[in-house]
Write a protein that binds this ligand. Structure first.
Ligand SMILES: [Zn+2]
Length: 291
């Protein structure tokens, strides 16, 4: 698990995950996190010299203009310009990841967009295809500008959408509210590219293969994933956790069923009551801690 509150440790951990999952290689990749007016970023040659086995004290801390606070400016990742430029242009972004995701790079090496096909890609990144920036010198200011231009275009089409793009023959950049989001965008996009490649290899010439998406989900449809739903129909009879006969009510509560004499078993505490008790206890503990 990545502890996003421990920023330096989270960069080390995500770096290792990128490397282990073919989302970057020894030739490059870089990760940064913004915390207020500070930027945390990995040292250069993290793949080549360390195979992404970084120690926390190797993570460099700078201000928003790359002036170092902890560490040396010459040790900062060579692609830092794009990271800082993204932070300057997107106030909601608090983490940037640049990787060399293997399957995304196959699309980049053909200047091809990556359409969102998997449900995961459509839910996480949205239905916009992931597009390529023009070919530019890696790590250049021109690269930084082209990536911000690409991200702005995505936001024009869908304000607030996740930010990710491909770089021909090079890799990808993803930016999110936190390091977990930036990692998620990279991994989900790479998996989408992998699915496209595999299905082409497996079914490309099969006339029976149907590559069309039959059901297009809206943002609202995907939002319903977050909402807790009843899994039983109200009125459903069952044996509860205490071995008593109970009947389910809508909204996640249940009632004990009266026995043959018409007397209810020990009353079942409703979930609402539980929530109220937890709320009061939490409040009391927080107040106590404040003192
Ligand atoms: Zn690179």
């Amino acid at each position: 698990m990545v502890d996003i509150k421990n920023i330096r440790a989270s960069i080390c951990k995500i770096g290792k995950l990128l490397y282990e999952r073919d989302l970057t290689d020894s030739s490059g990749g870089n990760i940064s996190v913004r915390d207020g007016n500070l930027i945390y970023i990995n040292p250069r040659r993290a793949g080549h010299d360390f195979q992404w086995e970084l120690e926390e004290d190797q993570i460099i801390v700078t201000d928003l203009c790359k002036v170092p606070i902890i560490g040396e400016v010459d040790m900062i990742s060579r692609e830092a310009a794009t990271h800082y430029y993204i932070y300057q242009n997107f106030p909601d972004v608090c983490s940037v990841i640049h990787g060399h995701p293997f399957y995304m790079m196959a699309f980049g090496a053909a200047h091809m967009d990556i359409p969102a096909v998997s449900e995961g890609t459509r839910a996480v990144i949205g239905t916009q295809p992931i597009t390529n920036i023009p070919e530019v010198v890696p790590g250049s200011i021109e690269q930084a500008e082209e990536i911000v231009k690409n991200f702005n275009k995505r936001r024009e089409i869908d304000p607030g959408c996740p930010l990710i793009c491909n770089i021909p023959f090079h890799g990808a950049f993803a930016a999110g509210n936190n390091i977990n989001d930036a990692f998620l965008f990279t991994e989900v996009a790479n998996n989408c590219a992998k699915i496209l490649i595999y299905r082409q290899m497996m079914f490309g010439n099969d006339p029976k293969a149907d590559f069309s998406i039959h059901k297009h989900f809206t943002k609202e449809d995907f939002k319903t994933i977050e909402v807790s739903k009843d899994v039983c129909t109200p009125g459903y009879f069952y044996t509860d956790a205490f071995g008593r006969q109970a009947v389910y009510s809508a909204g996640g509560s249940s009632q004990a069923v009266p026995d043959s004499k018409g007397v209810s078993a020990v009353p079942v505490i409703q979930q609402e009551q539980y929530r109220e008790i937890i709320r009061r206890v939490t409040e009391a503990v927080v107040n106590q801690l404040k003192k």
